[in-house]
Ligand binder design. Sequence first.
Ligand code: CU
Length: 119
Amino acid sequence: MQRTLMGSLFIALLASATAFAAEQHNHSQMNHEAMRQMDYAQMKVTPMTDGVVKKVDVQNGQIMLAHGEIANVKMPAMTMNYRVKQAQWLESIHAGDKVRFAIDKHNDEFVVVHIEAVK
Ligand SMILES: [Cu+2]
């Protein structure tokens, strides 16, 4: 019973991961509902990376981060400026803060899809 349940869960996970990958190829044609669902999927699959904030530009929704390797987008450790999905996330983040964040590729651009301060 336990084993069957685990097997079903695994298959369900695989199916949603496959659907997610397929979805990404049609990014420009996606409607808002699909985007919302993809964000939900990303919360589970996009890994978090540790970083230090170098510069914040709330008005333009940009943040410069010094960070370690980001495996899911194959980026080595570096200091780089990123667009943040929601500019208002930056209102409570300042230069010098330690953060945990997630990056994803949207239309060939690296975008911060999640960020939180580390206490
Ligand atoms: Cu980079």
